[in-house]
Write a protein that binds this ligand. Structure first.
Ligand code: FE2
Ligand code: FE2
Length: 277
């Protein structure tokens, strides 16, 4: 890890923006983790006049090619090709998650929230960077790499729609998209184990446990913002999701893991049919 000053991090927001802008994924993930570590060590200010300008889109390498979500092929776990395709899709989700966590920090660094808000999201950014690296290394062990296959751009688009509203952003990113990960991951792990891919299943264990924490960070701050605005959180969630997220939420839900993270069924149950537009 670079020592203080080497990477030119100007502040928490500045380090987050530099990481978002970086097209080099080793640098992006290293900057995300270094910024997090220095923020936790209380050696960075929240903002600086020297911070770079927030980009419209995160920096990405030339590959993977981005395609509409509908064109991404379905994959079977019974072939090496299918296994790689699935890991590639997970790597892509984790990479987006790095940028999305950093985007919350950088874009909303002027919000009147306690510093512990930024602690939570930098912890998320740190862990997403770890997830991306773990999955990328697994791809390399299988003779592939991130960038070999096309990927879709849906995650960034979903987040972009809420760039002006922190409460809506938390409803969509941690409480819809990351909570969805809690629903689908256990079954995916079971299928990986059935096909003998214990290494990949072990990586998903790490991811699954961390993701419970990410949903919890989202729920904690979503409730905080609702309390400040004197809104009922479950009702506000439903309204914000209908206004900012396309498509229904797909059951079955992992009610236990969701509830442990603070996301109770009153938030999402009624959205399974009514948001189907
Ligand atoms: Fe993750
Ligand atoms: Fe996450």
């Amino acid at each position: 890890m670079a020592t203080s000053g080497d990477s030119g991090i100007t502040s928490l927001r500045g380090g987050a923006i530099d990481a978002i802008r970086s097209c080099d994924l080793d640098r992006k993930t290293a900057l995300a983790q270094e910024t997090a570590s220095r923020w936790f060590a209380r050696s960075l200010s929240l903002r600086s006049p020297l911070d770079a300008v927030m980009p419209d889109r995160p920096g990405r390498p030339d590959r993977p090619v981005l395609i509409p979500p509908k064109l991404v092929e379905k994959r079977s776990l019974h072939t090496q090709k299918g296994r790689i395709a699935l890991l590639h899709a997970i790597a892509h989700i984790e990479l987006n998650a790095v940028d999305l966590a950093l985007d919350i920090v950088a874009r909303f660094a002027t919000e009147p929230v306690p510093n512990s808000f930024f602690d939570g999201w930098m912890q998320v950014a740190y862990e997403e960077a770890k997830h991306f690296r773990l999955v990328r290394q697994r791809l390399r062990d299988l003779g592939a790499d991130y960038g070999d296959l096309p990927a879709h751009d849906g995650l960034w688009q979903a987040a972009h729609a809420t760039r002006n509203d922190l409460t809506a952003r938390l409803a969509v990113v941690p409480l819809i998209l990351e909570a969805r990960g809690l629903d689908v991951t256990p079954a995916l792990q079971a299928r990986m184990r059935e096909t003998g891919d214990l290494e990949s299943a072990a990586i998903l264990d790490v991811i699954y446990n961390d993701e419970k924490g990410h949903v919890a960070v989202g729920a904690k701050w979503f409730r905080f913002l609702c309390a400040r605005e004197k809104r009922d959180p479950a009702q506000a969630f439903r309204e914000l999701v209908r206004a900012n997220f396309r498509g229904p939420l797909k059951p079955p839900f992992n009610d236990i893991a969701r509830a442990e993270a603070g996301l109770t069924p009153s938030f999402y149950r009624s959205l399974t049919s009514t948001s189907n537009g």
